[in-house]
Design a binder for this molecule. Structure first.
Ligand SMILES: [Zn+2]
Length: 197
């Protein structure tokens, strides 16, 4: 089964890389290059050395938060470019963030972890079985073991899930023992962060 899945993936990869680059109507085709050219014009004034120097985050902070498009973690925390690692995933789940967090702590010396979950999170409305059913309806049978292995790590109460994730981090032997870890709840209605733990 594993070799069959590997074959599916390699076939898909070959097809993707064989495709010539064509211009269509996507954001990347129409806007991205021009938007970036404008960003480059303002880079010195707005970012400058904050974006050039200090590979290690200046404040030694790693923030784990949801990928939700309404969240602006750098500004909601009063930080600047270069201050912190922002590790984002669906729901802002700590277990999902471990690969990045380990790099952040071991290679780049961050020692404070801030976990932020939020009001009206998509992962508090999501259902793993529903997503698995949708995926199975559009994928070949050979991919279904991959679908069965998926967990969205959904939750019903973002204040409870943030407590769970802080407990997960505080008891995880891979997390640096000197870590300062807190958990917060963010309101999408007014931008307020409330400390949960
Ligand atoms: Zn969310």
């Amino acid at each position: 089964m594993a070799s069959h899945l590997a074959s599916l993936v390699s076939t898909a990869t070959a097809k993707a890389t064989d495709q010539p680059v064509t211009k269509g109507s996507s954001f990347a085709d129409v806007e991205l290059a021009e938007n970036n050219a404008n960003y480059v014009k303002t880079f010195d004034a707005l970012v400058g050395d904050k974006g050039r120097k200090h590979l290690m985050p200046k404040r030694g902070i790693a923030i784990i938060c949801c990928m939700d498009a309404r969240l602006d973690p750098v500004n909601m925390c009063g930080l600047e470019v270069g201050d912190a690692h922002i590790i984002r995933n669906g729901g802002g789940r700590a277990a999902d963030a471990m690969r990045s967090l380990i790099g952040s702590q071991e290679a780049l010396q961050t020692r404070e972890i801030v976990v932020i979950h939020h009001e009206d999170c998509g992962y508090s409305h999501a259902s793993t079985p529903v997503i698995q059913k949708a995926l199975k309806s559009r994928t070949p049978d050979g991919a279904h073991p991959l679908v069965d292995a998926i967990s969205l790590q959904e939750f019903s109460d973002p204040k409870e899930s943030v407590r769970e994730d802080v407990a997960f981090l505080r008891t995880n032997p891979l997390v640096h023992p000197e870590s300062m870890i807190s958990g917060w709840y963010y309101s999408v209605q007014n931008g307020e962060l409330t400390r949960v733990i």
